[in-house]
Ligand binder design. Structure first.
Ligand SMILES: [Fe+2]
Ligand SMILES: [Fe+2]
Length: 200
């Protein structure tokens, strides 16, 4: 008797019509897929800025920005993995062009901060949607990304402060040299966002 009940249960679960394999709502699936593209866009922005810095003889700045582009790719990969883990459909979309190159180091770091803030706002929007749906798995997953953004905004603001202290748009060659030297040491002297405490 137990066997037949079990069999009926398993048989019902294995019937594709009864299987609920997708645990993500269409709204959250769309928002997470859009976030994949936004993370890829952020990576493109960092790559563009890194290439600009290299051409401007700022090797330390270039290396820092290049390293950061890899972090954005990691964010993208983690979101892809999460959608797949929840049985959702991943959609890989076209990445918009990263925009014009900066005029100077000040505008370079302003672009870094701007795109991080846009990213944060987008993530907050998904957190709100997850809360609205009581999708606590997605809400919990996103706390890692919320924390990442806090760290990345902090780093972007630190970069801007350094350039402003050294003269902003009117930064001297000596100032550029010092900022570049400082940034070349960032991987050793600053905590990477991925190493920060996470609620997850
Ligand atoms: Fe990111
Ligand atoms: Fe970022």
């Amino acid at each position: 008797m137990v066997f037949s009940y079990t069999w009926v249960f398993i048989n019902r679960e294995l019937n594709p019509k009864n299987m609920k394999t997708n645990r993500l709502s269409p709204t959250l699936t769309n928002l997470l897929n859009e976030q994949i593209t936004l993370e890829a866009y952020s990576a493109q922005v960092y790559l563009m800025l890194s290439s600009w810095a290299d051409e401007a003889y700022l090797d330390g700045v270039s290396a820092y920005l290049f390293q950061h582009h890899q972090e954005e790719r990691e964010h993208m990969a983690k979101i892809i993995e999460y959608i797949q883990e929840r049985g959702g459909k991943v959609t890989i979309d076209a990445i918009p062009a990263p925009g014009k190159e900066p005029k100077n180091l000040l505008t370079c770091f302003e672009m870094v901060l701007d795109q991080e803030v846009i990213n944060t706002q987008s993530i907050y929007n998904i957190v709100n949607a997850a809360m609205k749906e009581s999708d606590w798995a997605t809400w919990n997953f996103l706390q890692w990304l919320v924390n990442e953004q806090r760290e990345e905004e902090k780093l972007a603001l630190t970069l801007l402060d350094k350039v402003k202290l050294a003269g902003g748009a009117q930064i001297s060659k000596e100032g550029l040299y010092e900022v570049n030297k400082t940034l070349s040491r960032i991987p050793q002297s600053f905590e990477l966002a991925d190493d920060s405490d996470s609620l997850v």
